[in-house]
Design a protein around this ligand. Structure first.
Ligand code: DHB
Ligand code: MG
Length: 220
């Protein structure tokens, strides 16, 4: 087998970010305000935002489910790739973060495209009706529950729709058989990738953007 592999060095990552970023002044300010508000600096990168926008526009997405929204950076990025009638439903466990997202969505002029539901995602998902279906789901919440979120999202995404998960390179530790860094999280992300790869109703690829995004299209 012939393989060709280009490691994404810091220089190459900066190059990608300089050309293909969805981050503008608004999102830069959101990032700063989120940090001032005490949130961990773990929003997606601008380049990851561009990947999300390309994917959502490619499938003509109108309804997106986000599991774990932090300060709303990715929700606003995704909402911008939807038509005016579109909606991002954000599931976020932290009430202060929920209020922050609502303020930012209003400031972005996207209050009608972003709906925040505050609570534990597992409970909110269990209480969610199976219809209307979503065009895409973006999982970026507590890592141990990723496999559960996959099972909850799968029936709620239409055929041809996407299930996308962040951090599927597990901070660089995804390929380790006995991880010592955050082992519970790394093992959960390994389990998530295995589950997506083996799922008969999904076809998936891992895009090494940011900390890795596993993208799956629902085929049945
Ligand atoms: C962490 C979580 C994330 O979703 C992320 O993108 C980076 C880090 C974390 O829990 O440390
Ligand atoms: Mg993440």
């Amino acid at each position: 087998m012939s393989t060709s592999f280009t490691p994404v060095t810091d220089e190459i990552a900066a190059y990608i970010e300089s050309l293909f970023s969805a981050e503008d002044d608004f999102l830069r300010q959101l990032r700063r305000e989120a940090e001032q508000a005490g949130m961990p600096p773990i929003h997606i990168s601008g380049a990851q935002g561009a990947v999300l926008q390309v994917l959502l526009r490619a499938i003509g997405a109108e309804r997106v489910l986000e599991i774990g929204s932090l300060g709303g950076y990715s929700a606003i990025t995704m909402a911008r790739a939807l038509p005016p009638s579109g909606k991002v439903v954000c599931l976020e466990i932290n009430p202060a973060y929920c209020a922050f997202i609502e303020r930012q969505a209003a400031r972005a002029g996207l209050a009608d495209r972003i709906e925040v539901r505050c609570g534990p995602a597992a409970e909110l998902l269990a209480a969610m009706p199976e219809e209307p279906l979503f065009d895409a789901a973006f999982i970026d919440a507590d890592k141990p529950n990723y496999p559960r979120y996959l099972e909850a999202c799968y029936p709620r995404v239409r055929i041809g729709g996407l299930v996308i998960a962040d951090n599927t390179l597990a901070w660089g530790h995804i390929a380790e058989s006995d991880p010592s860094f955050e082992p519970a999280n790394v093992r959960a992300l390994q389990q998530y990738n295995r589950a997506v790869a083996a799922h008969p109703g999904l076809r998936a690829a891992l895009i090494p953007s940011g900390d890795g995004m596993t993208v799956a299209v629902k085929i049945g």
